[in-house]
Design a protein around this ligand. Structure first.
Ligand code: ADP
Ligand code: MG
Length: 570
């Protein structure tokens, strides 16, 4: 392998030359304590910065194995190291000068969730730590300024690596705390199943966020306190015994006046499928990992989806067993979201009236008298919610402040009162007694058919290639095809969309063949993701540093919104 000295000589040779001469630096160099690889060199100083990685061998990084001997511990240590490296790099970024992005040093900026990412990976066997980051190679105008790059690679970077990634330079108590939190969170997750809960919200949790654009905890918020009747205990290996609100399997209704904190609670439950960092306020808010937010999404496409559980006998005679549309209505989109989430294995639905189609959720008594049942194609969710639980084991947590209709079908009713939950099941059931009972449809819900076979779509390629571009959290483009993901609300990070782009490309190129169903294709992929991690979707061997793992549920959600998905039936 070439050495750091070789690289220095090369840099001295190309100093003051035209920018493209930087391309010669591509390669791996032994830097004493670690190996620096220059994977991709930018074309000019204004382009996206160059991509590098550093591999620190396990014996130098020096992390005790019990900090990463389980996948969830490893993910949380990786997350911590990425944050460390970010703060180190941030101090040195643009300290080296020049035009355009000259001198920039950056790595993934992690949010409140702890996600598996490619920015930092730890090898479970060797303990090697790899950090993947970006550097703007310095120039004056378009002329190479190698002195400035030497500063970055020989002064700044060794300091960042040392201070961010080497155990003996870190505060061992802090690193220990990171591991302890991960173990405690995992314990709660396991304990949900044992106690037949779909979610747990610890007393003292801070649920509201700082603002619409900041996911940090709100300052001065009212801390969460469980109603006594819903209190459950979690025995955590490190934090010890904690109490909080346990939401049982079944149908849970959250009611309350406007602005009393209903949606805030539901949002926290949506995010609770992921672990949160210390200080977030939602560290001990944990939701069943398969839980899916279900909402209306007018205008989305639906491909050969069996929505007959909710929609039948459309006036235009359209088939609802293999329903197809390029432009769904509120109710059909929400029905499709339910069915697709069932296919994706969701064991809990999270629904907020704020983002639901009213005609999908309820139909009131008076309307039923005037418009007879057989004139109405929609079987509202309220008539299926119990069956979903009793037949298919899917629980629902639903926020409904404006209609009492769900009182009758709920197992537990919680009122949010000035941000404090109260259990009012008995009171509400009592009040509901005087109202006509809900008429259920004659036909029970049948398990939808999930037998769509997926062909690949050769037309997607452009000059033999599929280029991926991500638009923040809004969507992902594959060549000219846009997949709109704005309403897939549990995608928490744009890097998950980067991964989804790669996943669609990978499936199109390697898996879809007209014989597998969507479910089979995704199962196959999921197995690879479980064993190989995100490498599985990076064809060509190079692992970019900007991918984060999506859940299986979001992989389904993404493919179901992909307008060129090559579906056919049977
Ligand atoms: P609802 O859905 O019941 O109408 P929201 O959940 O939207 O109410 O909350 C209304 C407002 O109250 C939001 O601005 C939210 O940030 C704030 N809020 C929610 N929970 C708390 C809390 N625990 N402490 C302080 N403010 C809160
Ligand atoms: Mg609301």
């Amino acid at each position: 392998m070439k050495t750091a000295e070789d690289l220095r000589q090369l840099l001295n040779r190309i100093d003051h030359r035209g920018y493209p001469a930087y391309k010669d630096t591509k390669g791996a160099y032994q830097f004493g304590k670690y190996v620096l690889s220059i994977d991709h060199v930018q074309g000019d100083p204004f382009a996206a910065p160059s991509k590098l990685n550093v591999r620190v061998p396990g014996r130098i990084a020096g992390f005790p194995q019990e900090l990463y001997d389980k996948a969830y511990k490893r993910i949380s240590l990786q997350d911590y190291l990425t944050r460390n490296f970010w703060s180190q790099a941030d101090q040195y970024s643009f300290q080296a000068k020049g035009s355009g992005k000259s001198g920039m040093i950056t790595v993934t900026r992690c949010g409140q969730e702890v996600l598996e990412r490619t920015a930092c990976t730890i090898d479970e066997k060797s303990g090697d730590v790899i950090i993947r980051f970006e550097v703007g190679f310095p120039a004056n105008g378009r002329t190479i300024n190698a002195r400035e790059l030497i500063k970055i690679l020989y002064d700044f970077l060794p300091a960042c690596v040392e201070k961010a990634l080497c155990y003996r330079r870190l505060n061992p108590e802090k690193v220990q705390k990171v591991m302890e939190l991960a173990v405690d969170q995992e314990t709660i997750r396991a304990s949900l199943k044992e106690q037949n809960l779909v979610a747990f919200v610890a007393n003292g949790a801070i649920l509201p966020r700082e603002s619409g654009v900041s996911q940090r905890p709100m300052k001065g918020a009212v801390p969460f306190v469980s109603p006594k009747s819903m209190e459950v205990v979690m025995e955590l290996p490190y934090k010890g015994r904690i109490t909080g609100m346990g939401i049982r399997e079944g149908v849970t209704l959250i009611v309350g006046g406007g602005y009393h904190g209903k949606s805030t609670l539901l949002k926290a439950l949506e995010a609770g499928v992921y672990p949160h960092i210390a200080g977030d306020g939602r560290e001990y808010v944990v939701t069943d990992a398969t839980a899916m937010k279900i909402r209306a999404e007018d205008g989305r496409s639906i491909k050969h989806t069996d929505i007959s559980m909710f929609i039948n006998d459309l006036p235009n005679g359209k088939d609802t067993i293999a329903f197809d549309t390029e432009d769904a209505s509120g109710s059909t989109s929400q029905a499709a979201n339910v069915i697709e989430s069932m296919e994706a294995g969701a064991k809990a639905f999270l629904i907020d009236e704020d983002t639901s189609a009213t005609n999908f959720m309820v139909r009131d008594e008076l309307m039923q008298r005037v418009i007879h049942r057989n004139m109405e194609p929609i079987t509202p969710f309220i008539e299926r919610v119990r069956e979903l639980y009793e037949k298919f084991g899917i629980s629902t947590i639903i926020v409904a402040g404006s209609s009492g209709a769900y009182f009758e079908v709920a197992d537990v009713i919680v009122q949010m009162d000035r941000y404090v939950p109260k259990e009012i099941t008995e009171l509400a059931k009592e009040a509901a007694k005087d109202y006509p009972v809900l008429q259920l449809p004659k036909d029970g819900a049948k398990l939808p058919s999930f037998d769509r076979k997926i062909r690949n779509n050769p037309g997607l390629k452009n000059k033999g290639r599929i280029k991926i571009k991500t638009m923040g959290k809004d969507g992902v483009m594959l060549n000219h095809e846009t997949i709109d993901l704005r309403y897939v609300e549990q995608l928490m990070d744009s890097e998950q969309l980067n991964a989804l782009g790669n996943i669609v490309k990978h499936l199109e190129e390697n898996v879809f063949n007209g014989r597998k169903t969507l479910g089979q294709a995704i199962e196959e992929l999921q197995n690879q993701l479980d064993t190989q991690g995100l490498k599985a979707i990076c064809d060509g061997g190079y692992l970019p540093g900007n991918l984060a793992m999506p859940r299986k549920q979001e992989i389904y959600a993404c493919l179901n919104r992909y307008r060129r998905l090559g579906t056919s039936r049977g």
